[in-house]
Ligand binder design. Structure first.
Ligand SMILES: [Zn+2]
Length: 263
């Protein structure tokens, strides 16, 4: 395997100003996978070479300077996984470079924790990863929300877990919406069957494209987050195939990593 260019990593301004947080949206460059997974694919279920994905995951952790990660088995559901503070309660759940892979797979589409030195990673190719952090309570979360997640409001569920189980104040929570399918490309020609009527107001007037970024912002606002605490990168994956994996653009493709952790 040859080394290609370095990783290109994007960040949210609000998170960058918090000393206790580390996070990153990893573009598709800087990994070792071959086409059509070139190059920084972190998804094992894509059909990519296992050794390449392993190396790519290790590179993500190395760049974040964190020793372990949680990669969820994402199923477009609404389950929010809570990782207890005592990390010994979760043996075999984490990805650790140089160690055998996890023995247990956590099936969920969101995860909340106070555990430090752990990267919560969402793997995406058009779906949204929405990172959440309460820098005062030192609680973080990462959410996988595709259109099914939007319909089920998994973002709102996750904020409820942060406030209900961890005592977070919604007014303190920062949110970041990672690159995903934008209103330019989120076309749902079967929306009458797939999307419930209460979300039809997010559909464009003259075509069948939906603004799921606006859905997410509204779901966060409805839970009490401040508008100036919500950042959207406003980057559409399908419109930027050289930077991001896009399932709508390429079908057989990789997954890029959106990760957040507490130092
Ligand atoms: Zn687009």
């Amino acid at each position: 395997m040859t080394l290609s260019g370095a990783c290109s990593v994007l960040g949210f301004q609000g998170f960058l100003s918090c000393g206790s947080l580390v996070h990153g949206v990893f573009e598709r460059t800087g990994g070792v996978s071959c086409a059509p997974f070139d190059t920084l694919n972190v998804g094992f279920s894509t059909g990519d070479d296992l050794y390449a994905v392993t190396e790519n995951r290790n590179r993500v952790l190395s760049r974040l300077d964190l020793p372990r990660a949680l990669f969820l088995n994402q199923v477009h559901g609404s389950r929010v996984l809570v990782l207890p503070e005592d990390e010994k309660k979760d043996p075999g759940l984490f990805w650790k470079p140089g160690k055998p892979g996890p023995k247990v797979f956590a099936t969920a589409d969101a995860v909340v924790t106070k555990q430090r030195r752990l990267a919560l990673v969402i793997q995406v190719a058009d779906c949204q990863a929405v990172m959440l952090a309460d820098p005062h309570k030192k609680v973080i979360a990462n959410v996988h929300s595709g259109w099914r997640g939007s319909v089920q409001n998994i973002i709102g569920e996750c904020v409820d877990v942060m406030t209900g189980r961890f005592g977070c104040d919604p007014g303190q929570i920062l949110a970041g919406i990672c690159p995903s399918l934008g209103p330019c490309c989120a076309e749902f020609i079967h929306y009458l069957k797939e999307i419930p009527p209460d979300l039809w107001k997010y559909k464009a007037q003259d075509n069948d494209c939906f603004d799921f970024w606006a859905v997410s912002v509204d779901q966060l606002l409805a839970k009490g987050l401040r508008p100036d605490h919500i950042e959207n990168m406003n980057l559409c994956t399908r419109c930027s195939p050289k930077r991001f994996f896009s399932f709508r653009k390429a079908k057989k493709t990789g997954r890029f990593a959106c990760a957040i952790g507490l130092c």
